[in-house]
Design a protein around this ligand. Structure first.
Ligand code: HEM
Length: 334
């Protein structure tokens, strides 16, 4: 595929990589239009995700700050690509794999942006939970491994073939430039969906490997679970009660009636505190599991915190999302 067919490459905001052992490109920020590529200074720490905080070995002077240009021209994109290709030679301590992955990130992000709209965002975010949420800390099975592509016919995945079809289209375009795993694609797409709807920007570590088989069935929580069973289900995936509550806040977007279906905000928590339990056009709002959270003191404490403080919700959602998309993932080593 011609670079020209990958729009917005240059407008992708800041990308960074580290030379630490996680060796994984992560991207941060979006749509700032600066086109700047930031390289960590020596002595700083990788903040790719909570799993890696190694010291960065590379000392450099940010040679790849690409001049910003409102006109997102084909020529500009070629120059951006050329700069990235030159990176390993400019920075001798940086290996080629990191540079390739640096390019990878922008391609994935822009490939997703080409197909994603606010209306499609909820389905795409739900896809993340249904791929990663099969993780079992006990036997380390399941997790963020792209296996959802083999599982769409399961009853709990009803409705997910649509968002999957959307991402398949993105994948076809991206794969022509650089192969991307389903797991990375879904993780990035979910983060893009959240940001597109006005939620927090979430850096996503890249390099997940795909599973070639379906995960064990029956791992996702059913919507009729009571609070005890719901807690058990999330604890088996390695999540605390606070993480379960904040992740449930994803239901703020989509068709369950928690305010604006395309607006990622803390309305979910505000509505959960309403009494009597509200309805929308005569229909109940939310799922039984959403309301089950309000029956538990610890959950209720978090619901109150997030209802009062959207910034706190966003920060905690970002952390829990990062943990979710890294759950049970196997990583490329080079
Ligand atoms: C607490 C346990 C959870 C249960 C039982 C559950 C179940 C469900 C169900 C039954 C739906 C409705 C699907 C439909 O309309 O056909 C739904 C929608 C959704 N779920 Fe969950 N979910 C849970 C947690 C999560 C988590 C952790 C996330 C993401 C981090 C998530 C993201 C979504 C989104 C975004 C939608 C809206 C989809 C749309 O309207 O297209 N869910 N969920």
């Amino acid at each position: 595929m011609e670079l020209a067919n990958v729009p917005n490459l240059a407008s992708s905001s800041s990308f960074f990589f580290s030379s630490c052992t996680c060796r994984v490109l992560c991207y941060r920020g979006r749509r700032t239009g600066t086109g700047a590529i930031t390289v960590f200074a020596a002595g700083s720490r990788c903040s790719a995700d909570s799993a890696c905080s190694e010291l960065i070995e590379q000392q450099n002077v940010d040679p790849l700050s690409v001049a910003s240009s409102p006109a997102n021209t084909h020529r500009y994109r070629r120059r951006d690509f050329a700069a990235v290709a030159l990176l390993p030679f400019l920075l001798p301590n940086v290996d080629m794999a990191s540079a390739a992955e640096l390019y990878d990130g922008s391609i994935i992000q822009n490939g997703v942006r080409n197909v994603l709209t606010k209306v499609k965002a909820a389905g795409v975010l739900r896809l993340v939970f249904h791929d990663a949420g099969t993780f079992d800390v006990g036997d380390k099975s399941g997790g963020m491994n792209g296996s959802i592509i083999y599982e769409v016919d399961r009853p709990e995945n009803t409705g997910l073939s649509k968002p999957l079809k959307i991402l398949r289209k993105a994948k076809e375009g991206i794969d022509q430039v650089q192969q991307v795993s389903w797991a990375d694609l879904i993780a990035v797409a979910g983060a893009e969906a959240v940001a597109l709807c006005g939620g927090p920007e979430i850096p996503v570590r890249l390099g997940r490997l795909d599973s070639r088989t379906a995960d064990p069935a029956g791992k996702l929580p059913e919507e009729t679970l009571d609070i005890v069973a719901l807690k058990t289900s999330f604890s088996k995936k390695g999540f605390s009660v606070q993480e379960m509550v904040v992740l449930s806040g994803a239901h703020t977007i989509g068709g369950k009636g928690f305010g604006n279906p395309n607006g990622f905000d803390n309305t979910y928590f505000k509505i959960l505190l309403e009494k009597p339990q509200p309805t929308s056009s005569g229909m109940p709002i939310g799922l039984p599991t959403d309301w089950a959270l309000t029956k538990d003191d610890e959950c209720l404490r978090w619901i109150n915190i997030y209802a009062e403080d959207q910034d706190k919700f966003f920060a905690d959602f970002r952390d829990a999302y990062t943990k979710l998309v890294n759950s049970g993932a196997s990583w490329r080593t080079a």
